[in-house]
Design a protein around this ligand. Structure first.
Ligand code: NAI
Length: 458
């Protein structure tokens, strides 16, 4: 029986970051992971492979839409799907191997296999029993199912199967206009697939700023995606999807070569033995924790998709670092008011903090500074001037409460606002900061100026 200070179960972004930080803090650490490669959903079948496909197909989109405008003439490249898949696999392989390297560098032991907790302080992997002062559950999530839909990962797929389709389908139905549906829907639309997105709500990307939702839908429609909103999917037979229109209850069927089910994810906690251990659970299959990630069992903690909060890799990473510091006797902390969200389409969509809708609900007096990328020279030069930056600030104090960006590099631009929010900055603080010209980030400054005396290039 091997003894550790910390055993982390699950080597996704939450688990592997937690393990490395705990090792850096001088603890003896092991990670249990049953996949053949480290990195969890994000690296193996999530964030990273989808970004590779988004990158490749973005270039194809540029060839079709913008090359001629820039005087780049000639035939468009032919898509070699298996080579594109190979590129994606290489990107994944490089990253998962990178974590193996980091484990070796930081002396983190990889216990290969699926772990369970037969008793507090003990972790079983295969026939081996290990003990640890602190056990941290970082087991992540899996695609949620939908009644009436049977996934075979060939014709009816989740995000996992959508990354490895044997060929590019001529038609695809996407169920759910959330992050997965729109990122992967974009990939296939750019490859020539006729993509129809069916969404229960009356807007795409639930929870986003309403103006962003409208602009985003308009842009994606221009890119060839078709949206059916206010439609509750009832089931899928073969590859025919039936939905009920929420306005009049009429049932409609849509056939396609492939159906992508993207209606959310749920915590993955199967096989851990949590019930027998008496671990208290929260709503929707989450593991219940206190503000310090502790469960009701002494020495057992949980982080990431398996607990409450947004299912985002970077939220899990931050919780992983925080809990590592907590078990090492330090003061780990995550500021849940400043967790950015990014959708990696073109244009990108990024947000942090409150939306206008939330501020209205709270009855909070706020002001809006908005700046269109139409006034940003750099965005115009790359044909991406359709979006905007919107900053919400407290009406009295000017303190930044939230920001919503749709436009080029939005996923990077959002972070200067995150830093500003962490420092309790006002919109004027951002507006007074010199921003290099010509950059997309000038649009952020202009939106901050618009919270005060006005943007210059509006
Ligand atoms: P989601 O929760 O973002 O969207 C699911 C959508 O399906 C919602 O709009 C919902 O209204 C709709 N829906 C549910 N039931 C339906 C029905 N019966 N008929 C029609 N529509 C229905 O979930 P998604 O896109 O599957 O993503 C899962 C998780 O993974 C999310 O938490 C997301 O944040 C995360 N993720 C994050 C990424 C990123 O940060 N870029 C990338 C991919 C996933």
């Amino acid at each position: 029986m091997a003894e550790f200070d910390v055993i982390v179960i699950g080597a996704g972004p939450g688990g592997y970051v937690c393990a490395i930080r705990a090792a850096q803090l001088g603890l003896k650490v092991a990670v249990v992971e049953g996949r053949d490669t480290l990195g969890g959903t994000c690296l193996n079948v999530g964030c990273i492979p989808s970004k590779a496909l988004l990158n490749a197909t973005h270039h194809l989109h540029e060839v079709h839409e913008n090359f001629e405008k820039m005087g780049l003439m000639g035939a468009a490249p032919r898509v070699d799907w298996s080579k594109m898949q190979g590129y994606k696999d290489d990107v994944v392989g490089g990253n998962t191997k990178g974590i193996e390297f980091l484990f070796k560098k930081n002396k983190v032991t990889w216990l290969k296999g699926w772990g369970s907790i037969p008793a507090a302080g003990h972790v079983k992997v295969g026939d081996d029993l290990h003990s640890a002062k602190h056990i941290i559950l970082a087991t992540g999530s899996e695609p949620a199912s939908l009644p009436g839909v049977t996934v075979d990962e060939v014709n009816v797929v989740t995000s996992t199967g959508a990354l490895t389709l044997p060929q590019i389908p001529a038609t695809m139905t996407v169920i759910g206009a959330g992050v997965i549906g729109l990122e992967l829907g974009s990939v296939y639309a750019r490859l020539g697939t006729k993509v129809t997105v069916i969404e229960y709500l009356d807007a795409i990307t639930p929870g986003q700023d309403a103006e962003v939702q409208k602009t985003f839908q308009k842009i994606l429609t221009k890119q060839g995606l078709t949206f059916v909103l206010g439609a509750a999917v009832q089931g899928v037979t073969g590859t025919t999807t039936t939905y009920k229109r929420r306005t009049d209850g009429v049932e409609v069927s849509v056939s396609a070569d492939v159906v992508l089910l993207a209606t959310g994810r749920k915590p993955y906690t199967a096989g851990l033995g949590l019930e027998a251990l008496g671990v208290e659970m929260g709503p929707r299959g989450t593991i219940k924790t206190d503000a310090h990630y502790a469960t009701n069992i002494a020495g057992l903690y949980a982080i990431g998709d398996a607990i409450a909060g947004p299912m985002l890799a970077h939220k899990a990473e931050d919780e992983g670092m925080a809990v590592a510091e907590i078990v090492a006797g330090k003061h780990g902390h995550v500021n849940y008011n400043v967790i950015p969200g990014v959708i990696y389409t073109t244009p990108e969509v990024a947000s942090v903090g409150a939306t206008e809708e939330q501020l209205k609900d709270q009855g909070r007096a706020y002001k809006v500074g908005k700046f269109s990328f139409m006034g940003n020279a750099r965005a115009k030069a790359v044909f991406q001037a359709d979006g905007f930056v919107k900053i919400l600030a407290d009406a009295a104090t000017d303190r930044i409460l939230g920001a919503h960006i749709i436009g080029p590099a939005a996923g990077d631009l959002i972070h200067e606002i995150c830093v500003a929010m962490e420092f309790g900055a006002s919109a004027q603080d951002l507006a007074l900061t010199c921003h290099a010209h010509p950059t997309y980030s000038e649009a952020v400054r202009e939106a901050a100026l618009a919270c005060g005396d006005g943007a210059v290039h509006a």
